[in-house]
Design a protein around this ligand. Structure first.
Ligand SMILES: [Zn+2]
Length: 132
């Protein structure tokens, strides 16, 4: 019985030991399947997530100089990573900013509920409209 691969949409023959197989055996599709599984598992399984965090930590402990040496031997990679990280930080900042400033305007009627002074701008200890 033939089936269509979830990723490449090509028709394939499921392995006879895995009749439920939904992804063909091409390396690209298998790698995609594994990374999707990994991402989902990390999101929903706290034990698995902890193991995935601890594993590189342990490795770094047993190989303390690896990354130091790598950075010394690959200055171009270091510069490239620095540049990319700067972009990632910038992107995250912008998206945080967008989330904080665009949200009210995207919900009609909400503006009137928000006081012109944000709560962060109130002097510490002075609650607005405390009524005492
Ligand atoms: Zn495929």
């Amino acid at each position: 019985m033939n089936r269509r691969c979830l990723y490449c949409r090509q028709v394939f023959q499921p392995n006879r030991y895995h009749p439920q197989q939904r992804v063909c055996s091409q390396p690209a599709c298998q790698s995609q399947r594994r990374s999707d599984y990994h991402r989902q598992k990390i999101a929903f399984d706290p034990v698995y997530q902890q193991v995935c965090l601890d594993s590189p930590r342990k490795w770094r402990k047993t190989h303390p100089d690896y990354w130091k040496k790598y950075r010394q031997d690959h200055p171009r990679q270091v510069e490239r990573n620095r540049r990319k990280q700067r972009l990632r930080n910038q992107k995250r900042r912008l998206s945080n900013l967008a989330n904080n400033t665009l949200a009210p305007s995207q919900m009609p009627g909400v503006e009137s509920l928000i006081s012109p002074i944000s709560c962060k701008q109130h002097p510490f200890g002075v609650a607005p409209a405390a009524g005492l």
